[in-house]
Design a protein around this ligand. Sequence first.
Ligand code: ADE
Length: 254
Amino acid sequence: MLKIDVLTLFPEFFESPLKTGIIKKGLDEGLITVNPVDLRDFTTDRHKTADDAPFGGGAGMVMKPEPIFRAVRHIQGGRIKRREGKPRIILLTPQGRRFSDREAKRLREFGRLVLICGRYEGVDERVSEGLVDDEISIGDYILSGGEVAALVIIEAVARLVEGVVGKRESVEKDSFSNSLLKYPQYTRPSKYLGMEVPEILLSGDHEKIAEWRLVQSVKRTLSRRPDILEGKELSEKERLIIEDITGGKPPKGG
Ligand code: ADE
């Protein structure tokens, strides 16, 4: 079970993604819950003010701390807290640690997550100081808010919950779990626009197919993401394939 609360000024942003694909399946089967929380419900003034001008001047608005603290306190106040422990509180921000497969697995270890979606101009620093456990970025680019980043994290972590993805195997064999990129995949028709499916895949020889796929994975990783191979403990087979391709030279990190 995984329970995720998402604190946002735009709860409607999550409507369609939660009705689609594996997230919907996980929700329908009770394997995960995702609860968008409107931060404006935790403001106290008539205008539902959730942001204000930055002290010291400058462009843009900064998200006020009080609605965020109040919303988290509200989430932690329920019975669920005592049963399942303190949730991991995460702020989505371009200043955060880079999200990755490893990070997704680490987050999966927590039964409860609270994702705080900031607007890009900023969130009052006292939220980081007094509330947040982790700050996470999904990449080196600026989004106008943390909502898209929260969705990325929800999908990547939900996939790791037992039963959410149909066959456990398709999670295990996906890219990054074993640190090689995925081999090329094909489906019918076997010939399309003059392009043919590699014959070995039609052979029915599962051992040979597995070998071919491993070679393709290694080749792809070498040419597209040599940095991944640098950090990976290689199996004897993988080492031999790399030697074969590079003529014995170690891969260059990119
Ligand atoms: N908010 C704005 N840009 C972001 C990014 N790259 N990652 C996470 N949250 C963000």
